[in-house]
Design a protein around this ligand. Structure first.
Ligand code: IPM
Ligand code: MN
Length: 355
């Protein structure tokens, strides 16, 4: 008898519900083949709920979500809601209050997928970014003084705690060891300018590495140089670890070299608590309801979720199915240009995964 997983599903805004429904289609195929059960509970958090009720996350939502094995999230973001409200009130609130301190973002080019990098193929583009997910510039620490006057002062502080940095680094070292590829962990920072924040990161990186991970090669790259090398020599990277803000920026670059927002997925992980998996592309309002958005990123987020929950065979089967669909079927990963509709792409992956 297989296990039962309790999953909270937050389809969210825009194309979120469309892609999550394809993701669930694939997960249901996997559950039929691999003998596990999914116990799904849906929540309507997002821009629509906010516009109706004025609340981002209802009271008690976080405590309720803590009872699940994982959260499967579509997209948060609504064209009629001022930027920042839903991001802070829902997405960042979930990451922070569930202490999902790792944002794990694989950058992997699948067969048949067009990359803007000339002469680079699936052999060269296969690394993972470990982004610290609860600190840095994202904590909301700071403020505005004398707002709207000529004397206005705006301060936004990057918070880096030894504990927060260390748990992120340790996760990255473990991942590098388990990937068992180049056994190389690159710290991406800015030690030449951010001489306090990245001093802490760099010291912790070498201390922990020398003490507990002597088998892992340690490299360091400034964030600007990291951007350059991700384009010029992506094959140099195995695992990159970095802070919240730099991680946000370099993972959009990563997404585009692996084929774009149609395929990029991520996990917000709390290894001791509840983790949340999402396509990283956003709500894409202009494609909403047209059955043209690419569901592969949401399907890959579902794949990461099953892998994380320990259903390795199911995760492998989903990844192989995605690779067949990119390699043999889709004309492009871009919305409206796949040669198939959103639901057809979901059907193809689901049938390849089915028993
Ligand atoms: C991401 C997004 C979010 C972030 C936004 C929507 C708050 O860009 O998941 O990368 O900055 O973390
Ligand atoms: Mn981002």
């Amino acid at each position: 008898m297989g296990k039962t997983y309790r999953i909270a599903v937050i389809p969210g805004d825009g194309t979120g519900p469309e892609v999550i429904s394809e993701g669930l289609k694939v997960l249901k195929s996997a559950s039929a083949r691999f003998g596990f059960t999914l116990d799904l509970t849906s929540y309507d958090f997002g821009g629509g709920h906010y516009k109706r009720t004025g609340e981002t996350l209802p009271a008690g939502a976080i405590d309720e979500l803590k009872k699940f094995d994982a959260i499967y999230l579509g997209a948060i973001g609504h064209p009629d809601v001022k930027p920042g409200i839903l991001e802070k009130g829902i997405l960042l609130a979930l990451r922070f209050s569930l202490d999902q301190y790792i944002n794990l973002r694989p950058v992997k080019l699948y067969p048949g997928v067009w990359t803007p990098l000339k002469d680079k193929g699936p052999e060269e583009i296969d690394f993972v970014v470990v982004r610290e997910n609860t600190e840095g510039l994202y904590t909301g620490s700071g403020g505005i003084l004398k707002k709207g006057t000529p004397d206005e002062v705006a301060i936004q502080t990057s918070i880096n705690t030894r504990k927060g940095v260390e748990r992120c680094l340790r996760f990255a070292f473990e991942l590098t060891r388990n990937r068992n590829r180049k056994k190389t962990l690159t710290l991406c920072g800015k030690t030449n300018v951010l001489t306090y924040a990245f001093d802490l990161w760099e010291r912790a990186f070498h201390e922990i590495g020398a003490m507990d991970y002597p088998d892992i090669k340690r490299e360091y790259a400034h964030v600007d140089a990291t951007c350059m090398w991700m384009v010029k020599n992506p094959e140099w990277f195995d695992v990159i670890v970095t802070d919240n803000m730099f991680g946000d920026i370099i993972t959009d670059l990563g997404a585009i070299i692996q084929g774009g927002m149609g395929i990029a997925a991520g996990g917000n992980l709390n290894p001791e608590g509840v983790s949340m998996f999402e396509p990283i592309g956003g709500s894409a309002p202009k494609y909403t309801g047209k059955n043209v958005i690419n569901p592969l990123a949401a399907i890959c987020a579902g794949q990461m979720m099953m892998d994380y929950l320990g259903e390795k065979d199911a995760a492998d089967a989903i990844e192989k199915a995605v690779m067949r669909v990119t390699g043999e079927k889709l004309k492009s990963l871009a919305a409206g240009k796949m040669g198939y509709s959103t639901t057809e792409v979901g059907d193809m992956v689901a049938s390849l995964v089915a028993p």
